[in-house]
Design a protein around this ligand. Structure first.
Ligand code: PMP
Length: 422
């Protein structure tokens, strides 16, 4: 696919035709892409195509159709490997989501690595999915959860990170891109600091993968997680990348079909190597195929186009929305645009702003975005988050600007002025 960039840097309206849902009557101006992206025709076709042509269980049947299904599943693993710059396809584990991948890590790596008095370091901008698994691990094992502070620009500065690291740190869990602020953590520097202390580095890439090229080796990530649905792929499929020699030390996690070489009642269970050891039961093969189609779709657009598009949209949003009286942009989303702009409107509850936009046909997320700890640190009740995708247009941003200029306090501001939701 060739890119269809316009003079403004935006990818241009042609890409919208590839997303059937965008053409539906009454479909809103959809600016909640950080929650989930819409799916292009290629992805929808790959899902239906899988079930129409090769559906059969993988890694089990010794007949042509089952082998074709297995091949498609393993090809998807190879597409993910290339997308992440991993060394081997066997470093890619398919999971149900970022959340599932992080829980897998906390329950395997975490329980094998962490004991009383050890430390797990997270950053102050983590989504609950990259916070709660580590917090529970610490609660259960007597380890200490340490939170690296977020700077005024919405990133974790390497010097502040270094200050919380010490000889007891075993694991650090870092969000690549903040789902609230759209800011980008300097993962490479943070990972290098953590490695000096011998810690394992887990990176939550859920908000990064649709907006920037990722090279796990260049970043120094020992583990990297993401969800297909955030990068134009289907829901129900996620990825855990793990550096080969570390991944090999994991598991089993959930046990069942596909994880064992053979089982006898009178001898110890022999598990198969990774990644199959970590993929118990029938996997979501259509989901993996859909993810591969999604990653190929993004590769076809090209990262330069995606970056220019994000820069144009975020730049325009920051400049125009901040000029509206009472509107304040939170953090510094323009520093390294990643498709997210969060804002607050003085004296108006974020839910009133969201409702006002919804009545004008604009879908955004408002509230704490599953990251109430960050909102606490920012001293905010919540934000109104605009999140963009490759099909977002200037006209859509104009609609937001016009609507925001007219927002007024409503029911939430009147009856729950200090109450936080979601
Ligand atoms: N981490 C971040 C930064 C996220 O934005 C999200 C989704 N909002 C997740 C993790 C969890 O993703 P999922 O719900 O697909 O597991």
């Amino acid at each position: 696919m060739t890119s269809t960039a316009t003079s403004s840097g935006l990818i241009g309206d042609a890409v919208r035709e590839r997303f059937p849902i965008l053409g539906r009557r009454g479909f809103p101006v959809y600016l909640d892409n950080a929650a989930t992206t819409q799916k292009p025709r290629e992805v929808l076709d790959s899902l239906v195509g899988y079930y129409e042509t090769v559906n059969s269980n993988v890694g089990r049947g010794y007949y042509g159709l089952a082998m074709a299904s297995t091949e498609q599943y393993e090809q998807a693993r190879e597409v993910v490997r290339r997308f992440l710059g991993a060394e081997e396809a066997d470093e890619i584990v398919f999971t149900a989501s970022t959340t599932a991948a992080t829980n897998l890590l906390a329950d395997t790596l975490g329980r094998a690595t962490v004991g009383p008095g050890d430390q797990v370091v997270v950053t102050g901008l983590e989504h609950n999915s990259n916070l709660l698994p580590w917090r529970r691990l610490c609660d259960d094992t007597g380890a200490e959860l340490v939170v690296a502070p977020v700077g005024a620009d919405g990133r974790v500065e390497p010097s502040a990170f270094a200050a919380v690291l010490g000889p007891r740190v075993r694991i650090v869990a870092i969000g690549h891109v903040s789902n609230v602020l759209g800011t980008v953590n300097p993962v490479r520097e943070l990972a290098a600091l953590a490695h000096r202390h011998g810690a394992r580095v887990v990176v939550d890439g859920a908000q990064a993968v649709a907006h920037r090229p990722v090279d796990v080796r260049e970043l120094g990530a020992d583990f990297y997680t993401f969800s297909a649905h955030k990068v134009y792929g289907p829901m129900g499929t996620g990825v855990l990348y793990g550096r080969r020699e570390l991944l090999e030390q994991l598991g089993p996690y959930q046990v069942g079909g596909g994880t064992v070489k053979g089982v006898r009642h009178d001898s110890p269970v022999q598990y198969v190597p990774v990644p199959a050891r970590l993929e118990a039961g029938t996997p979501n093969v259509a989901g993996a195929a859909g993810l591969a189609a999604a990653l190929e779709f993004v590769a076809g657009l090209g990262w330069d186009s995606v970056r220019a598009h994000d820069e144009a949209l975020v730049g325009q949003a920051v400049a125009e929305l901040a000029a509206i009286p009472g509107v304040r942009i939170v953090g510094d989303p323009g520093a390294e645009p990643s498709g997210i702009v969060s804002l607050a409107v003085d004296g108006i509850h974020p839910y009133d702003v969201g409702g006002h936009l919804d009545r004008r046909g604009i879908a955004v997320r408002c509230g704490v975005h599953c990251a109430s700890t960050l909102l606490d640190d920012l001293g905010l009740l919540g934000t109104v988050r605009l999140s963009f995708a490759v099909y977002t247009t200037e006209a859509e941003l104009d609609a937001v600007r016009r609507a925001l200029a007219e927002v007024e306090p409503g029911e939430w501001t009147a009856s729950h002025p200090d109450t936080r939701f979601l």
